[in-house]
Design a protein around this ligand. Structure first.
Ligand SMILES: Nc1ncnc2c1ncn2[C@@H]1O[C@H](COP(=O)(O)OP(=O)(O)OP(=O)(O)O)[C@@H](O)[C@H]1O
Length: 668
């Protein structure tokens, strides 16, 4: 049977209940490398090579069947606190990773005449869209490239990116064979709310926009199944809801079938009917209908609570399940037997109402009527703002030492653009009315301008853009050392203090960063010089970039989605480290996870402290759990053409109160 393009399949697919499953796994176990692979004599791998990394069995003895058609429909999601495990699971579904025994995994539906000839192989039939390091997928060799208005001949527009015709001199026939039917393209663009951007170069899209573009591109390749890896990371609450509705519609009509990976803090969409829960250890704890999986997790959660209450120290598995249970109960997916967070403290040790104020110092950033336009297109500051009782054009905003700002706003509202004016990656920093460290970029009579190296040496910055462009060949130690360099690849200017801070961070985070730790206990930090940035998990890379940003206590600390993509437990550890340094540590007790003074604090051996009074912090996040407890001032940028920004001040950590979170997102 001839296969039609997606989104038009619904009518032809609905009533076929007798087709075999699309993915069938019977008692399969999976490995990244062959479990008995050994280096040839004389070719022992260096410690840093891929072959020396652990190769544990994943999803041992997994039995799972994903139907091609069913009544009612089954919609599956993998839920795991580990990003590595979530991603591995989706790859297993599409035929990646080695399967033992090899016959345990099959794709019966793909050999039926109903599957199109084009998609007989699992890697083509099951399209994977992951969101790791997505900026690189869209090109751009350096941070500023994204904000330039001059375009290179090779810059691809969204329309061309979606159609798959991206070369400069493609033959007519090639183009004709590639182009999807116009009405299908128009439908995808409309469904994903991308109409306004079709002529824009993809490299200029915001994170949320580029995520939708990648889903659109995958849809246009007409897969049988779409595997979306953490699709809601970095999306604002409104876009998340919309995308979830679109995915539901597609999944309902099997065009294509959709499997999601979800983090414990994500809202599990109502339309998901079945869940696989896999722990950080790569074992599937339970799978099946959503209600049954939640019942199982709830029981485990309550067991963990009871054991904790008896003062028994919790094993790591129960800690993990307790954390997952805590998210699920916070979201109302099940009623927890006990209120979580019983200490009343946020994970980084703040009281629910905390009005302690850091003394304010001089202004570090001054914006007086900033407006950023590309041609006639305004992306920031296209409004009139109330400033001391008068209406003024553009963005008026000061950041002072001691302030901890949350910068919020819908996808595309200009948050990253705003930060790029501060880091000076944006070319319009020269012309815009912005002063950094009380100086302008351009010199004025008698006052020299401030250079980009002066600016950046006083800032720490972690963001998806920095991650995408960060050199993967640097060792973990060099990654942290680069906090003392002008650019990641230039020689750092290190001194003894820098060395001891780096050592302290590496020791503090060794369990999270050292991939060898499970196999060999380390007595020194040699592993950090022999392991490369590109070899550690996505979550560990995020941790390294966070440490690189905070380690020097820069005057301005910019954490743009810095915690997204980190696994839950290490994210909490980083949040605590941000404000308390080595002074406090998290313990898991009968009262949940509680920050307590660390052994280092007790013996006066703290080398790296938390955020200092002289620092200002700016944080962007779309997830309540990723907003540091110290954030007090906030601004919510409006969507283009919808008025002026809203400013506010919290009376405590956002994590401790839904009301605070809702206050930010309420639409005026
Ligand atoms: N060089 C450019 N040319 C044209 N438009 C651009 C350029 N760079 C950014 N934009 C547009 O500016 C707007 C703001 O983008 P920005 O990345 O600052 O948004 P954001 O609030 O950080 O979004 P997200 O939450 O999705 O990351 C977007 O609509 C984006 O497409």
């Amino acid at each position: 049977m001839k296969r039609t393009t997606p989104l038009s399949l619904s009518a032809s697919r609905t009533h076929r209940v007798n087709f075999p499953p699309i993915v069938k796994i019977t008692n399969g176990t999976f490995y990244t490398r062959h479990p008995s692979s050994r280096p040839r004599p004389g070719q022992e791998p260096s410690k840093s090579s891929v072959n020396s990394s652990p190769n544990p069995p994943l999803f041992q003895n997994l039995t799972l069947s994903l139907p091609s058609f069913s009544t009612p429909n089954e919609h599956w999601a993998i839920l795991s606190p580990s990003s590595t495990i979530r991603t591995a699971f989706l790859h297993v579904l599409r035929g990646q990773l080695l399967c033992f025994p090899p016959t345990a995994r099959s794709y019966p539906y793909l050999s039926t005449p109903n599957a199109s000839f084009k998609s007989r192989t699992p890697d083509r039939a099951l399209a994977y869209v992951g969101f790791d390091v997505e900026r690189r997928a869209f090109g751009g060799a350096y941070l500023s490239a994204r904000y330039e208005s001059h375009r290179e001949a090779g810059d691809v527009s969204l329309a061309r990116y979606l159609s798959g015709v991206t070369g400069l001199n493609e033959g007519e026939e090639f183009v004709r064979a590639r182009l999807p039917p116009e009405e299908v393209l128009a439908r995808v663009v409309k469904d994903l709310e991308l109409e306004r951007f079709v002529q824009k170069p993809v490299s200029t899209l915001s994170n949320g926009q580029s995520r939708r573009a990648r889903i659109g591109k995958a849809l246009l390749s007409a897969p049988e199944m779409l595997l979306l890896d953490a699709p809601f990371i970095g999306l604002d609450p409104f876009v998340s809801k919309h995308i979830s509705q679109v995915l539901h519609r597609l999944a309902e009509s099997n065009a294509p079938r959709v499997v999601l990976s979800l983090r414990p803090q994500d809202v599990v969409p109502d339309w998901i009917t079945h869940i696989v829960y896999a722990g950080e250890d790569g074992k599937v704890d339970t799978l099946g209908p959503k209600a049954e999986v939640f019942r199982y997790l709830k029981n485990k959660y309550e067991t963990a609570e009871q054991r904790g209450a008896k003062g028994v120290s919790l094993d790591p598995k129960l800690v993990e399940l307790r954390e997952v249970g805590r998210h699920l109960s916070e979201r109302g997916d099940f009623e927890a037997g006990k209120e979580s967070g019983a200490t009343g403290l946020s994970r980084d040790g703040y009281e629910k109402n905390d009005e302690t104020r850091v003394p304010l110092g001089d202004p570090l950033v001054e914006m007086q009527g900033v407006r950023i336009k590309y041609g006639s297109n305004s992306v920031l500051g296209d409004w009139q703002q109330d400033v001391d009782g008068t209406k003024k054009d553009g963005l008026w905003w000061d950041v002072r030492r001691g302030q901890r700002w949350g910068i919020f706003g819908a996808n595309g509202s200009g948050k990253t653009t705003l930060l790029s004016l501060i880091t000076s990656d944006h070319p319009q920093t020269y012309s815009a009315p912005v002063r950094i460290f009380q100086r302008s970029r351009l010199p004025s009579p008698g006052i020299p301008g401030i250079s980009i190296f002066d600016i950046q040496s006083r800032m720490g910055h972690s963001s998806p853009e920095v991650h995408a462009l960060f050199p993967k060949q640097l060792s973990l130690r060099r990654t942290l050392e680069s906090a003392w360099a002008d650019t990641p690849l230039t020689r750092p200017a290190l001194n003894a203090e820098a060395g001891s801070r780096i050592d302290a961070c590496l020791r503090w985070f060794e369990v999270d960063l050292n991939p060898q730790l499970a196999e060999t206990a380390s007595s020194n930090l040699e592993w950090s010089s022999s392991t490369l940035f590109g070899q550690v998990s996505y979550s560990a890379q995020r941790v390294l970039l966070f440490l690189r940003a905070v380690i020097r206590h820069p005057d301005i600390l910019i954490l743009d989605e810095a915690f997204s993509g980190m696994d839950d437990l290490v994210r909490d550890k980083c949040l605590l480290f941000l404000t308390r340094g080595e002074g406090m540590t998290l313990t898991y007790t009968d009262k949940g996870s509680v920050p307590v003074p660390s052994a280092k604090a007790k013996s006066n051996e703290v080398v790296v402290e938390g955020l200092q009074d002289h620092q200002a912090m700016l944080c962007v996040s779309h997830s309540r759990q990723e907003v540091p407890g110290c954030v007090r001032e906030w601004v919510c940028l409006p969507e283009s053409g919808t008025g002026q920004p809203r400013f506010g001040r919290f009376s405590g950590p956002v994590e401790s109160s839904y009301r605070r979170w809702e206050e930010i997102w309420k639409r005026s």
